[in-house]
Write a protein that binds this ligand. Structure first.
Ligand SMILES: CC(C)(COP(=O)(O)OP(=O)(O)OC[C@H]1O[C@@H](n2cnc3c(N)ncnc32)[C@H](O)[C@@H]1OP(=O)(O)O)[C@@H](O)C(=O)NCCC(=O)NCCSC(=O)C[C@H](O)C(=O)O
Ligand SMILES: [Mg+2]
Length: 289
């Protein structure tokens, strides 16, 4: 777990918004998605592309994982976006509406042709019914694929579903994407919460996302960062429990099973506890810039 990169809070921002790009340098999010797609109007696409590439190449975002979301495959902006983003060398290029393993391989080839450095990963947005149904093949399609990013707005739209508290209409899709991502060993980042003023609803959705197993949540407003950072970090209690559990197992001196706090502990629980501590250490190492 030593190379674990926290992705608790991944903030979208329109790359056409200079003020937001500047402000992001001091927002305590783990990651940024400099958006060229939905949040940018057609007549601002070219200037937003330049601004995103300059921001990603600037090195001014400190420890934050900086990514660029390009316009979708087949749009008039996509090819130029891929070239500019590849040359800027962000941590990842986020591609919306990726629907197949073949699409991933085509994207990776285009990134490499444009000179993307090795550290630039591809993050595939999973936000259509066909992507959910093909999630495992997509997740396993390339070594360059670093994450699934769930697009819950597009998913709800495509399913003719509704946004409701608890997200029952899209839970099967979320679980399928998580299963595929975990099977392939990539990160899986939850979708956005649209109502920036509804703190209780947002925190409930963060809690649900963490319980389901997501690495973190995509966000649309700086006011959502603190809640996501807290929700996707191991709590003090979880850290103490993990330490106690490991100590109890080690005190068992080779017994396959012991108890801690009245609960059964086996080697697999120790593995989970070690993961919790590694995440905790990685978050602590970030500092608070
Ligand atoms: C949602 C917003 C349009 C709200 O904007 P606004 O009313 O301006 O918010 P505030 O006045 O509260 O802003 C306060 C200050 O914070 C800055 N700000 C706001 N949002 C961001 C941001 N995302 N990143 C950085 N900084 C931000 C404002 O500039 C204010 O700063 P200051 O003036 O100095 O005080 C707006 O938040 C917004 O545009 N959010 C991002 C929208 C976006 O990127 N949407 C696309 C991604 S979501 C999506 O498509 C997911 C997926 O594809 C799916 O299908 O689900
Ligand atoms: Mg979308």
């Amino acid at each position: 777990m030593s190379d674990f990169t926290p992705l608790r809070s991944v903030l979208y921002m329109p790359s056409s918004n200079e003020r937001a790009l500047e402000k992001a340098k001091s927002i305590a999010c783990d990651g940024l998605i400099l958006d060229l797609e939905d949040a940018v109007a057609p007549d601002a696409k070219a200037s937003a592309r330049e601004a995103a590439a300059a921001a990603a190449a600037s090195g001014e975002y400190g420890r934050r994982t900086v990514t660029i979301r390009v316009n979708g495959i087949g749009t008039e902006w996509h090819d130029d976006d891929i070239v500019a983003a590849s040359q800027a060398g962000p941590a990842a290029i986020v591609v919306p509406k990726v629907d197949s393993a073949e699409a991933v391989r085509g994207l990776v080839a285009a990134m490499e042709k444009a000179g993307a450095p090795d550290h630039t990963r591809l993050w595939a947005m999973v936000e259509t019914p066909v992507a959910i149904l093909d999630a495992l093949a997509i997740a396993r399609s390339s070594e360059r694929l670093g994450a699934f990013v769930i697009g819950t707005n597009d998913l709800v739209k495509e399913l003719y579903a509704e946004h409701v508290p608890g997200r029952a209409p899209i839970l099967p899709s979320l679980h399928t994407a998580l299963l595929a991502g975990r099977a392939a060993g990539i990160a899986v980042i939850d979708g956005v919460y649209n109502d920036v003023k509804d703190t209780d609803g947002f925190l409930a959705e963060c809690e649900q996302g963490r319980q389901m197993g997501f690495d973190g949540k995509t966000l649309i407003h700086p006011g959502q960062v603190e809640g996501a950072n807290a929700a996707f970090a191991p709590s003090e209690r979880a850290v103490a429990d993990a330490e106690g559990l490991i100590a109890a197992f080690e005190a068992g001196k080779g017994a396959g099973v012991v108890t801690h706090d009245g609960k059964m502990v086996e080697a697999l629980h120790v593995e989970s506890a070690r993961r919790t501590l590694a995440i905790h250490d990685a978050i602590r190492a970030l500092g608070t810039d």
